[in-house]
Design a protein around this ligand. Structure first.
Ligand code: ADP
Ligand code: ZN
Length: 738
């Protein structure tokens, strides 16, 4: 008898094998009933193994709940690839692929009793009902005037049940159980006004034509590189329409639903006539809503699905087009197991399902851009803003000079930025202030010359570790002593840099006491509606200034914003991460794109102590190609992605020594017969040395190819038994090195 590996429903995530008779059509993704110890349980089949002699008898499956599997063949293939590539268990992948709400029995479709009018009694009969049973009489009249002549039993008022029963017996009504859909957003009652296609400009038209060709005849992925405001979204909308017209479905990925409300709204507006064919997969959906949406999608009732990372697993039949908006965004990478990258999985899914895929961005990832240079992706460009406004003017302010002028080693606002803010206040225009806050990692910078202590081998900033007063390179492990004065200009004021959003608020309140402002950062995100409320208040011009982290750099469109200030562009530049420059370039470019989106011209002020950094200079000129060319050279020289792969192995424990020893053991084993071309760093404390009471240590690995790297690390992990309270995590294609 063959046997099935089953993931048992419930929080403990147990996996057991069960046998089943040959004739039972059990497939991966099927829902089954099984015996578990002394009780019955339900679960999902993860895999099937052929009949073999195990030397012991497996317990048999009790029952197949539904012979059609929840997972299509294509999605199963995708799941297997993810498990291999990212070195995660198939169980963890299936768990991501099938939301718990879908796997659980409790959320099955919601049934409710409806009362339908069958026929009205004769006038005579009606008169007698009115006298003898006024309640029945009332129900008949309610039903007669209801749309479709039916109503929910629960809406007919107290005690309606027995009256309705009596009417049913007399043949005037029927009571039927029907499925009702739990409609997400039902409480938002936001009015969506249908929008219509705009006449495309030549660049947009060319891009759309190419995408439509791929919808008809899928070949390679497209990268839509369009400057901010160039009308990428309009191209997406028309491409989606084309796919729908070919009776194909469309999947739209956005970095985060709550941060991209405007993109979601534009899709809803364009396809308003299709009404409920647009499904939006929020993280705020209730279990019941998620269940209903998932099944609607699977049954082909929703032909456009919009969602964040995990929506890539939406079971859309007949997929024709996948759109990945802001493809460079880090939030596409999942930071828990399985650590997949939504964009990369999307590219693979498009390949497996043989459909078109478009990755869009004003600042594409260098990985995707290199794929264009290699001819693996097709590059589509939009170089002009669609509304004929020019890109905003970007000024770079040298904070070293400001520091000297203001005689203060931690100046937050330059005079120019303060004056610019004041003038916006006077004119009733709005401003956005960004603090690029990538937290904890602290580097040393000289306020006089801007020099940052860097690793001589890797060209990334060295990170300051307070515990042992050292500077460490988080790529290779190089360590250095903390200099007493600047190595370059000998100024003794060399200091740790950085301040938080709270400090910005305090200073701003003193600087511009009349300004009304609000702050958006991770704290603000914690409450469900506060982000929306703040954005709405800002849109309604009830606020003058919005202060935020990179969280608000995405897709926002406020026509009245004419000034954007980036307070300390250096914070992001000097983190121990080879993508530091790329992120800074992306942030400045994206943020600059928030200014001047209306009739008024926009201005951007970038405050920095390293004004000549290429990321800042290229962003100032809106020059993606120039930046990419220079940055790719650096990546090539140091074997960083896109030239080779980079992964992080992290070990954490409440027990510092135990974590450190474990990582040292793993390091030793990793260094034994390592694959050709692989580079392994020393075991080091993580930049985020301690988190949630656990000590963290890590190794960075680089390799020309992905598979040998994953396989090597997995093999070492498998043969190393970790102490009980030590956890090891492997992050392939890591984007977070903290
Ligand atoms: P992106 O997504 O590239 O940032 P958007 O799609 O948001 O750009 O477009 C920016 C603005 O230009 C929007 O207000 C949009 O309605 C407008 N727009 C886009 N395409 C056209 C067009 N072909 N003609 C006129 N206006 C356009
Ligand atoms: Zn180094």
């Amino acid at each position: 008898m063959p046997h099935a590996r089953v993931l048992i429903d419930g929080p403990s995530e147990l996996v057991f094998d069960y046998s089943f008779p040959d004739e039972l059509p059990v497939l991966p993704g099927c829902r089954v009933r099984v015996p578990l110890r002394n009780r019955p349980a339900t679960g999902t089949v993860l895999s099937i193994a052929a009949a073999e002699d195990l030397g012991f008898a497996l317990r048999p499956l009790t029952d197949l709940i539904d012979p059609s599997p929840l997972i299509t063949k294509e999605l199963l293939q995708l799941a297997e690839w993810i498990a291999h590539y990212y070195g995660s268990s198939m169980e963890s992948v299936i768990r991501s692929l099938l939301p718990e709400s879908v796997r659980s029995e409790e959320n099955s479709a919601k049934l409710q009793k409806f009362v339908h009018l069958v026929e009205m009694p004769t006038t005579e009969k009606l008169a007698s009902i009115e006298k003898k049973a006024p309640k029945q009489y009332a129900i008949l009249f309610l039903l007669q005037s209801a749309s479709d002549q039916k109503m929910l039993l629960s809406e007919l008022g107290q005690g309606a049940h027995s009256s309705a029963k009596a009417l049913e017996k007399a043949g005037f009504v029927s009571i039927v159980e029907e499925e009702i859909r739990r409609i997400p957003d039902a409480d938002m009652l936001e009015e969506i006004i249908e929008s219509f296609p705009l006449t495309l400009n030549a660049e947009q038209k060319n891009a759309l034509d190419k995408i439509c060709e791929h919808i008809d005849q899928p070949s390679k992925p497209s990268l839509l590189l369009g400057v901010t405001g160039s009308g990428k979204t309009e191209v997406y909308l028309q491409a989606a329409r084309y796919a729908l017209n070919q009776n194909k479905s469309v999947l739209v990925l956005v970095p985060e639903i709550s941060l991209t409300p405007q993109t979601v709204r534009r899709f809803k507006a364009r396809f308003a006539a299709l009404n409920d064919q647009v499904a939006v997969l929020h993280s705020h959906l209730s279990q019941g809503e998620r269940f209903d949406e998932w099944h609607r999608i699977r049954q082909g009732k929703a032909s456009i699905v919009i969602g964040a990372r995990s929506a890539i697993f939406a079971p859309l039949p007949n997929l024709g087009l996948i759109l990945v908006d802001e493809e460079h965004e880090n939030s596409y990478k999942q930071d828990s197991v399985p650590r997949y990258h939504g964009r990369d999985v999307a590219v693979l899914r498009a390949h497996i399902e043989s459909c078109a895929i478009v990755l869009g961005s004003a600042t594409p990832s260098l990985e995707s851009f290199q794929n264009c240079l290699d001819g693996k992706y097709e590059l589509l460009r939009l170089n002009q803003r669609a509304d004929a406004h020019s890109l905003p003017l970007v000024r770079v302010l040298d904070m070293r000079l400001e520091q000297q002028k203001q005689k203060n080693s931690n100046t937050i606002f330059s005079d120019k930025l303060r004056i610019a803010l004041e003038s916006r206040l006077e004119k009733g225009e709005q401003s956005i202030l960004f603090l690029n806050r990538r937290g904890f990692a602290r580097s040393l910078q000289c306020p006089a010359c801007g020099e940052v202590c860097q690793c001589p081998h890797c060209a990334v900033a060295l990170t300051y570790h307070r515990t042992d007063e050292r500077l460490i390179c988080h790529v290779c492990g190089h360590t250095a002593i903390v200099p007493r004065k600047c190595p370059s200009c000998k100024d003794p004021a060399i200091a740790l840099q950085g301040y938080g959003t709270q400090k910005v608020e305090d200073v701003l309140a003193k600087l511009l006491p009349k300004a009304k402002f609000a702050r958006i950062d991770a704290d603000a995100m914690r409450k469900k509606n506060s982000l929306r409320d703040i954005l709405n208040a800002f849109k309604a011009k009830k606020l003058d200034i919005l202060i935020g982290t990179q969280m608000i750099a995405k897709g926002l469109h406020f026509p009245n914003v004419t000034l954007v200030g980036i307070l300390n562009a250096d914070i992001g530049l000097h983190v121990p991460d080879f993508r530091a420059a790329e992120r800074t370039f992306q942030l400045i470019t994206q943020v600059a794109g928030r200014a001047g989106r209306g009739e008024l011209e926009g201005e951007v002020i970038v405050q920095t102590s390293t004004p000549h950094a290429p990321a800042i200079q290229f962003a100032r000129r809106h020059d993606f190609d120039g930046f990419a060319e220079q940055e790719l050279e650096f990546r090539k020289e140091f074997h960083f992605p896109p030239y080779g792969r980079c992964a992080v192995l992290t070990v954490r424990s409440t027990h510092e020594r135990r974590a450190e020893f474990t990582l040292q053991t793993l390091h030793r084993r990793l260094c034994e017969n390592q694959p050709k071309g692989m580079q392994i760093s020393e075991p080091l404390p993580s930049p985020l040395t301690r988190s949630h009471g656990q000590f963290r240590f890590q190794i960075t690995l680089r390799s020309p190819q992905a598979r040998p790297l994953t396989n090597h690390v997995q093999a070492v992990l498998q043969k190393t038994s970790l102490p009980e309270d030590v956890i090891a995590t492997f992050d392939m294609d890591a984007i977070n090195f903290s």
